[in-house]
Write a protein that binds this ligand. Sequence first.
Ligand code: GLA
Length: 388
Amino acid sequence: MPPFLAQEFVHLYGTGDHEVRSFFAPGRANLIGEHIDYNGGLVMPAAVTLGITATCRLRSDRLIRLHSSDDALAVQIDLDRPIEPDPARGWGNYPAGVLRELLLQEVNFMGADVLFTTTLPQGAGLSSSAAMEVLTAFSFLALAGAPTNDLKAIALLCQKVENQFVGVNCGIMDQFAVALGRENCALLLDCESQDYHYVPVALGAHALVIMNTSRQRQLAGSKYNERRAECDAVLRLLGTDAPRNGLVHAPWESILSHVSDPVLRRRARHVISEQARVEQACRVLAAGDLAAFGRLLTESHASLRDDYEVTGPHLDAIVCAALQAPGCLGARMTGAGFGGCAIALVEQVEIPDFTSSVRSAYLAATGLEPAFYVTHAADGVHETTRKG
Ligand code: GLA
């Protein structure tokens, strides 16, 4: 444990007899396949190097105390009382929901003191909530001496918490990426069968730059649910022609013959075309054709802007600035949209000029100061306790 973390932990909780252990869960950037997980298709997210660390020590009673180094709110949970969602608990609802679910699954753990520290911007579309959930599940399984190797089960448990306890009707992509990410690979996940495999992301002289619009995701919840409802409406209109395994599998001809509403048609066109782009992305990445991969990213953004309408002025401005900046092969929003982050594929030697060019164009267009993180595909959740 780095000395500053040890100090902060002891300052908060004092010294104690049990071992202090630490765990890390990354955020994720979805490379391509946006708004596809709940439509039964293929997505290609990668865990990133930014993430959340939990420093934990068991207690001898049944009390859980949680602190986050970037939020003054202290959270306390008594394991002998029912754990219900509570707006006053703020960010603490993510770990609380996971603890409740672990107890329901009869994982047997004691109380603990936990300090969360993060390098992941909150509410920026990099899955800080999934990271917090997966981190809590993994840490408490480990503290309980239970197996932590079924990462798929951990991801599914956390998605259930997000859907039922937190109340966000998300798909399965984020929790899978955070749990199962792998260094230098993207996760190619079939959201219908939940089968996955790893696709090497060999970027050579290029790097992935995450660009934060500094615009918190707006309306993300309500518009997200609206898009899900629109996809369901398309399936209903397809009637007996509706594919059983999700809208991504609908042939475009059947959309043309059953769906006359122009908005619903555009929503379906995004879903079907984005799925085709994921398949192409696999092929061009395997062939090492980064220029083609970059073009697919940019086409994905255009489809999310024009057909799915989930980008908004800030994401459009930063992607537009990126596409005009030196060394950029392609760029797109990542995550749910409506603010948050975009990614760009950038030639490494050009990164300083790229970021300064995007910064000035974006600042001039929006008045907001963007942030940049140069990252690469990283491992999913794991223990970081230093032994010995
Ligand atoms: C959010 C959700 C995911 C996924 C993306 C859009 O990140 O949590 O399940 O639907 O939006 O691709």
